[in-house]
Design a protein around this ligand. Structure first.
Ligand SMILES: [Zn+2]
Length: 275
């Protein structure tokens, strides 16, 4: 499924590759750094993009979102789908502590805005509300950590999710997709809904309360797919898949459940083992 890329790809994505720093945080890698670079640094996104199986999970375009013509999956790298490259295949990393039997999911969510009517204070405010929303991922409703069974061992799950405001990230050269960074453009238009592309970047509506879509959209950053139908002709509108009622991926304000954690980490380890 993975191909080594061409020189053209290298040229266009050199900056991203330069920013790839995966060696110290990979708990599961058996590659040397040099091998990792050749195997992963130049993974050819074009191949995966056209894989229908991966269209649903990996390229996660949210039907709960309105279509936004200014942002397409093609603007990720050099504005050309044939050169789209996922420099490391990841949007978060898992650090495994074998002694403590913990796994820490680490991700950065970097907020910026292309809007000229939204200032830094408003971005900071949104960041505050997104934090409250994403908080739902960190523990179960009894305050207990999630767990994950990896190769017969049970790990306790920690999160290290940083929500950062970077007003300069509207400049493309400022955005470094280094494996944990996810760049989110904040849209102040109240009528706009949130969307995540390619797991790692997207546009979210400005948050005005802790009831916002970041909890659901963060699920997409963890590779999770939507679990609802978008039935425009139905009075119901968005209908959760059977059995997914009340779940964060079936309903915008649904709760996070153990199965979400399990699915995200299953996908993470499967991807790493494929490499
Ligand atoms: Zn969604």
């Amino acid at each position: 499924m993975y191909q080594t890329s061409t020189n053209i790809t290298q040229k266009y994505c050199q900056e991203m590759h330069y920013n790839y720093v995966g060696n110290s945080v990979f708990g599961v890698s058996t590659f040397t750094e040099k091998e990792r670079e050749s195997e992963i640094g130049y993974s050819y996104f074009g191949v995966r993009y056209y894989d229908s199986d991966l269209m649903t999970g990996w390229l996660s375009v949210d039907p709960m979102a309105d279509k936004y013509p200014g942002l397409s999956p093609y603007n990720y790298c050099a504005w050309n789908p044939i050169r789209l490259v996922d420099p490391d295949g990841e949007d978060f990393k898992v650090v495994i502590n074998e002694r403590k039997k913990t796994m820490t999911i680490t991700a950065n969510i970097i907020l910026y805005t292309k809007s000229s009517i939204m200032g830094k204070n408003e971005l900071e405010n949104s960041a505050k509300y997104y934090r409250q929303s994403i908080n739902a991922w960190f523990k179960d409703k009894n305050g207990e950590s999630w767990t994950y069974n990896h190769k017969g061992k049970i790990y306790s799950i920690d999160f290290n999710v940083n929500i950062i405001v970077d007003t300069q990230a509207k400049n493309k050269s400022r955005r470094h997709y280094n494996g944990i960074n996810n760049y989110i453009d904040i849209n102040p238009d109240d009528g706009f809904r949130s969307i995540v592309y390619n797991s790692k970047f997207g546009t979210w509506a400005k948050a005005i309360s802790k009831q916002n879509s970041a909890r659901h959209e963060f699920g997409h950053l963890l590779y999770l797919s939507d679990r609802y139908y978008d039935d425009e002709n139905s009075e119901k509108g968005y209908v959760p898949h059977k059995g997914w009622e009340g779940n964060v991926m079936g309903e915008r304000y649904g709760e996070v459940q153990q199965r979400n954690i399990t699915e995200a980490l299953d996908k993470y380890f499967k991807r790493n083992e494929e490499k």
